[in-house]
Design a protein around this ligand. Structure first.
Ligand code: ADP
Length: 402
């Protein structure tokens, strides 16, 4: 029996998301989430996906840290006969947010790699520390199997220098590793490939604009399977309007807030990352709520929606110019997969670019990849559900069975 299971871990500062997959057939065996780690109200939600009668289980009890969280997860998995001590576990795949310029491929983690991921903490202070903790905990539990890091930045490492550079003093940029790295790379990789498959073509044959619209949101231009531009930059703050992040803005807004508003750097960081975007504009960051309010004529919700869509259109136009020829625009993640009005509004008026949407197809709800453009459209508009965990598992498994 060859070991074919991969445990995928996505560690946040106070959360741990996991999925156990069997790469022999790609089946998902279990998934779940521990949240509010370190608080009294910690919660573990575990969903076994294999076997008859499998039902979601939930427990609320204080979970002190990530080590305790993974132990609790292991106990849940063991109760389903999927214990992490099983010889069938081939690898643990870790989502790591920032790989800098050092990591452009999935990488088996040893002490040196872990030290380098730690050294990247200044570039991703909110994310990499939690990722490191997750790795340490999983390693101590199963030191005998490979732990693989899959980086959110990696897919974008192919961006040409002119797309990755900011036009600032080159020496300063190099000294502080300031360049555009991009994020959500695992999703952009998965969705661009799945879009090619939907068109019945090989990834190398198609040019795709991927719009990953979740709470965080980013766009990418993918030429023949290779990323040539993306909207997030040094950090996930740049680009599209997001749930709580501003996306693009004149950097002088920051000087203005500091000089005129008397705000500190940390306050401005908090404002732009956590209290801006849709939330900042209208008080809600959930697109469902914004659509509902906009439908009732709520002016702030309408403006937030229109700003969100306007920015999306600008990126579709920009990436059409970058790619020259576009075969498909693919919508993914929570908003992209579910919010038909966002898709419709983003494409509206872009007939000159070859884009059109079929209202009937666009209103169908489905978990399957699908086209929502009419046959005559030169550019396909697709809805392609993302699956970052499957992609992390695939990349991890490919690396350890190579
Ligand atoms: P995350 O970035 O946290 O992974 P998701 O990709 O799960 O986010 O997207 C979450 C967002 O998707 C929610 O904040 C909400 O705005 C949006 N969303 C989810 N379902 C719908 C829906 N049916 N209609 C509109 N928006 C939705």
């Amino acid at each position: 029996m060859t070991a074919s299971r991969v445990l995928v871990l996505n560690s946040g500062s106070s959360s741990l998301k996991y999925q156990l997959l069997d790469m022999a057939d790609g089946a998902r065996l279990a998934m779940g989430l521990v949240e509010r780690i370190g608080e009294q109200s910690s919660r573990l939600v575990h969903t076994p996906l294999a076997g008859a009668g499998a039902a979601r289980r939930e427990q609320t009890a204080p979970i002190a840290d990530h080590a305790a969280a993974l132990k609790a997860v292991a106990a849940e998995l063991a109760a389903d006969g999927l214990g992490l001590d099983s010889p069938e576990l081939a690898a643990v795949g870790h989502r790591v947010v920032h790989g800098g310029t050092r990591f452009t491929q999935p990488t088996v983690i040893d002490d040196e790699v872990l030290a380098e991921i730690r050294a990247l903490v200044p570039l991703a202070p909110l994310h990499n520390p939690a990722n490191v903790t997750g790795i340490e905990v999983a390693r101590s539990m199963r030191p005998d199997i490979p732990q693989v890091a899959v980086f959110d930045t990696a897919f974008h490492a192919t961006m040409p220098e002119y797309a990755a550079r900011y036009a600032i003093d080159a020496e300063t940029a190099d000294r502080y590793a300031i360049r555009r790295y991009g994020f959500h790379g695992t999703s952009h990789a998965y969705v661009s490939r799945a879009t090619a498959a939907l068109l019945g073509k090989a990834p190398a044959e198609v040019n795709v604009i991927v719009l990953h619209l979740g709470n965080g949101a980013s766009a990418s231009a993918v030429r023949g399977g290779v990323c040539v531009d993306t909207s997030m930059g040094l950090t996930p703050l740049e680009g599209l309007v997001m749930g709580t992040r501003s996306g693009d803005l004149d950097p002088a807004v920051i000087f203005h807030l500091a000089r005129v508003g008397g705000m500190s750097v940390d306050q401005i960081d908090d404002l732009l990352n956590k209290r801006s975007g849709l939330l900042g504009m209208c008080g809600d960051n959930d697109m469902r709520e914004i659509l509902r309010r906009a439908g009732e004529g709520d002016a702030a919700a309408v403006t937030a929606f229109e700003t969100y869509v306007h920015r999306l259109k600008k990126y579709i136009g920009a990436y059409t110019a970058v790619l020259g020829r576009v075969d498909a625009v693919a919508f993914t993640a929570g908003v992209g997969e579910n919010a038909a009005p966002v898709r419709e509004a983003a494409v509206q008026g872009l007939a000159e670019l070859g884009l059109a949407i079929d209202a009937g197809l666009n209103s169908v709800r489905s978990d399957e990849p699908r086209l929502v453009s009419p046959d005559y459209a030169r550019v396909a508009v697709a809805v392609v559900p993302t699956d970052e965990e499957l992609e992390i598992a695939r990349q991890s498994y490919a690396l350890v069975t190579r």
